[in-house]
Design a binder for this molecule. Structure first.
Ligand SMILES: Cc1cc2nc3c(=O)[nH]c(=O)nc-3n(C[C@H](O)[C@H](O)[C@H](O)COP(=O)(O)O)c2cc1C
Length: 192
């Protein structure tokens, strides 16, 4: 069974899907380096577990290097059409290899090829060598499945604090925060 904040997030994701929100499962993922420098990027959540959020990433990227050095992370979803945001603080870790393979197999072909031909984040002179390698790879695979690259993985975020924020016409917005103490989830209201 889902924990209370995961159940709430699942409901809001379904609402965003039903409302036709663009990229409803995409969110800003924030890491902080060992030196305390923050960095943010968009990721797309692939799954919700009972008490965690999961997305996939190449493992040589800045985000993974930073979460290995400092597992404290934040996530922000915003669905403007619904006047809602969900803000999460938690701890990140790497998921297991079997799940990485399973989620990689669910990616579209272009996404799978990109993971093989591009070392995301590396400084390059031009896209041309990557485009050539992509075409070569398509020929080599000859219509067969694209294997999950070694440096591909799953990031798991276990939330410690989850805020559900909803706009109201009088600007006295509804803010409900779930926070965890000794494994138990608590709930409180915050001033808008
Ligand atoms: C809508 C959208 C969804 C994205 N989803 C992912 C994702 O699920 N995983 C990922 O690694 N990068 C994703 N990206 C690319 C990242 O934003 C980022 O460019 C990349 O992961 C490198 O980030 P880093 O160098 O900070 O690690 C997405 C970008 C956009 C715009």
């Amino acid at each position: 069974m889902d924990s209370p904040p995961i159940a709430g997030l699942r409901r809001w994701l379904v609402d965003a899907e039903n409302a036709g929100a663009p990229h409803p499962w995409s969110a800003i993922f924030v890491t902080v380096s060992a030196d305390g420098d923050p960095s943010a990027r968009t990721v797309t959540l692939k799954r919700l577990d009972r008490d965690s959020l999961l997305f996939t990433s190449a493992l040589w990227t800045r985000k993974v290097a930073e979460l290995r050095a400092n597992p404290k992370v934040a996530i922000a979803f915003h669905w403007p059409g619904l006047g809602r945001q969900t803000l999460i603080r938690g701890t990140a870790s790497e998921g297991d290899r079997r799940l990485a393979g399973e989620l990689f197999a669910e990616r579209g072909l272009d996404h799978q090829l990109q993971a093989h031909v591009s070392r995301q984040g590396q400084v390059i002179d031009s896209l041309e060598p990557l485009r050539r390698r992509r075409l070569e790879l398509i020929e080599e695979l000859d219509g067969g499945p694209v294997p999950c690259p070694d440096g591909w993985g799953v990031v798991r975020v276990d939330p410690e604090c989850v805020e559900f924020w909803e706009e109201t016409p009088d600007r006295l917005h509804d803010r409900i925060e779930h926070w965890r103490v000794d494994g138990e989830w608590n709930i409180r209201r915050l001033a808008p």
